[in-house]
Design a protein around this ligand. Structure first.
Ligand SMILES: [Zn+2]
Length: 366
């Protein structure tokens, strides 16, 4: 039977997998290869240029199912990088020099990832050939990050799902003397099935399915985290805790809105904020829990923030995307400012006019 799964070994002294927060002067890396990063590598192998990719290859490549096994998470590290942007930069003599701007770039050092890509056997064979004899240079997310081992270290195979594919390849050390971990983490594309028509609560949302490269635009996907156990010989099996995934996850923290004590605290916070959204100063219609640690009537005044519907939706989307737990976003903190603005704009753009009208109607403020 022809193979439906391509394995890629992504290993090197440096890797960088920029996500949607990686823009302009501070370019961070995600903790594992992104789907757009891996598809970008495949395009380099195929010799597909950024402008032509959306028409020719991206629709097919985006449908590949992707699983990542984090064999070595690596260490995060910063570097700086000058880019020409017509901005004056200070010189040692105290003057200014035109044409350079400093950017900060983050890398993962000495990380090792095993990628499994599943799809139609014809496509898998074509991609294998492209990686074997790439048209353009293949690098690990950024041009300064060459791979240190052959990408096709593990031959393609046929597997019923991503997890069984990732279990079939033994763990091995990246550098001599690397301690063998007890478990390794996997990040798997979630797929709708009849048994599981909705993504589980613990699913993360990654905005990294490429629609276009130039300019970069992405669609979201659901990602499931799964632990695998590493045996003494490097054999990889389902972790014991995975059996517990059969039991339902604990309920999401949710304040009891019927609770009089909670209603009182909510009203007090709205009064404290003069009934205005702490983010945009529109009339507040709801309160945000900065933490759920005392939710349901024991909240401190500082656990809550008044928000309008639009800002609340934006904040909730960000929290969901980050898979946050009990402690949530404080919309007054400057570090969230750009992201909240970005999400607000996204919501306004994508909501139907009807929905937007509805949100413009003054809502009841307690
Ligand atoms: Zn607001």
């Amino acid at each position: 039977m022809s193979a439906n799964t391509l394995f890629l070994r992504l290993e090197g002294s440096l890797q960088a997998w920029g996500d949607q927060h990686s823009k302009f002067v501070i370019r961070r890396t995600a903790d594992a290869p992104t789907k757009s990063g891996v598809i970008g590598m495949l395009c380099a192998g195929l010799g597909v240029s950024r402008p032509t990719a959306p028409e020719s290859w991206l629709p097919r490549l985006s449908r590949l199912r992707m699983g990542v096994r984090i064999d070595q998470p690596g260490v995060r590290w910063w570097d700086y990088h000058t880019v020409g942007a017509g901005m004056p930069m200070r010189t040692a003599e105290g003057g200014t020099k035109q044409g350079a701007m400093l950017t900060r770039r983050e890398y993962l050092c000495d990380a090792s990832f095993l990628i499994a890509l599943q799809g139609e056997p014809d496509l898998i064979a074509e991609l294998e050939a492209a990686i074997k004899a790439p048209k353009w240079t293949i690098y690990l997310g950024r041009k300064s990050c060459p791979p240190s081992r052959p990408l096709l270290e593990h031959p393609p195979g046929n597997f019923p799902d991503l997890l069984s594919a990732l279990k079939s390849v033994p763990w091995r050390e990246r550098l001599k003397g690397d301690p063998r971990p007890q478990t390794v983490e996997c990040l798997l594309d979630w797929e709708r099935t009849e048994e599981q028509p909705e993504a589980p609560d613990e699913a993360l949302i990654w905005y990294d399915v490429p629609v276009t490269f130039d300019p970069p635009s992405h669609q979201p996907r659901f990602v499931i985290r799964q632990q695998l156990q590493v045996g003494p010989d490097g054999d990889v099996t389902l972790a014991a805790s995975a059996a517990q995934s059969e039991t339902p996850p604990p309920p999401r923290p949710r304040a009891d809105y019927a609770n009089t004590e909670y209603k009182d605290r909510r009203r007090k916070r709205l009064n404290f904020d003069y009934g205005l959204c702490v983010f945009c100063k529109s009339p507040a219609t709801t309160v945000q829990h900065v933490t759920y640690r005392r939710a349901g009537g024991n909240e401190l005044a500082d656990d809550l923030r008044s928000l309008c519907r639009l800002c609340h939706d934006a904040v909730t989307m960000i929290e969901y995307g980050l898979g946050m737990g009990l402690d949530r976003i404080n919309p007054e903190e400057p570090r969230w400012r750009d992201l909240i603005n970005e999400k607000r704009a996204e919501i306004v753009k994508f909501r139907s006019l009807e929905t937007r009208r509805r949100h413009l109607v003054a809502e009841e403020v307690e």
